[in-house]
Ligand binder design. Sequence first.
Ligand code: HEC
Ligand code: HEC
Length: 205
Amino acid sequence: MRAFLFLAGLLASTQVFAQSVAHERMKALQADPVTLQAAVDAGRKASFFCANCHGEGGVAKTSDVPNLAGQHPAYLLEQIRKFGAGERKDQFMQGLIKVLNDEERAQIALYYASVKVPPSKADAAQVAHGKVMFDKLCARCHGANARGNELYPRLAGQQQPYLKKSITHYRDGTGVRNNQLMSIATAPLKNEDIVSLSHYLAQLP
Ligand code: HEC
Ligand code: HEC
């Protein structure tokens, strides 16, 4: 048991370390406009396989796959880490992400962060209710316009069915997505609220 705990501790610390390497690399690349541009170009090339699902320029081809365009690079890196560590569940992504090294992770995150995400159409009545819910329960972290920051993901312009699926996963504690702040924030939501929130967020610029 002790040996197991030791091993588990060791594994956990390597993961944290692996994250900080990609993270630090990203910060270093961001610090200078020339290295940033080179990283964005390399990330565009390195992400050609991702485009099969996440689309050219990070706008997803099917609506239950997330847009990556316009997302904060720190959040993208953290989700890549979570898939790699099995803390976020998706069979395909968990397998795929292991082939990316720290440099490629940083480049891909910077590339997707550099492109714009277009808002999509949504139902006006759902949008109105969604806005009320968002302002009350979500804006304090994700920002008044749902554009997020280094700590919280952008939600504006995300795919509507993907939003619905993700919010439901946090609320229901399925273990697919784990985050305590999000479990608490989504606990009071009814299914209808989740639909409205998804409509509201998808159409935000
Ligand atoms: C076969 C389709 C497919 C391919 C190819 C693919 N992804 Fe994904 N990706 C998905 C799906 C589906 C999800 C959402 C999983 C879920 O429901 O949580 C996802 C989620 C993600 C997320 C989380 C986004 C968020 O908003 O939380 C990131 C980051 C990501 N993928 C990066 C990549 C990268 C980088 C590549 C290329 C190396 C890639 N994906 C290739 C299907 C794919
Ligand atoms: C206390 C801060 C906080 C509040 C309040 C909050 N969130 Fe979040 N949210 C987060 C964090 C942190 C993450 C990233 C969690 C992770 O790593 O899975 C997140 C992630 C998400 C995601 C996943 C984005 C993606 O690309 O997959 C969605 C969707 C989301 N939040 C919607 C909401 C909604 C809707 C509300 C209001 C009901 C809300 N959040 C309230 C902190 C918060």
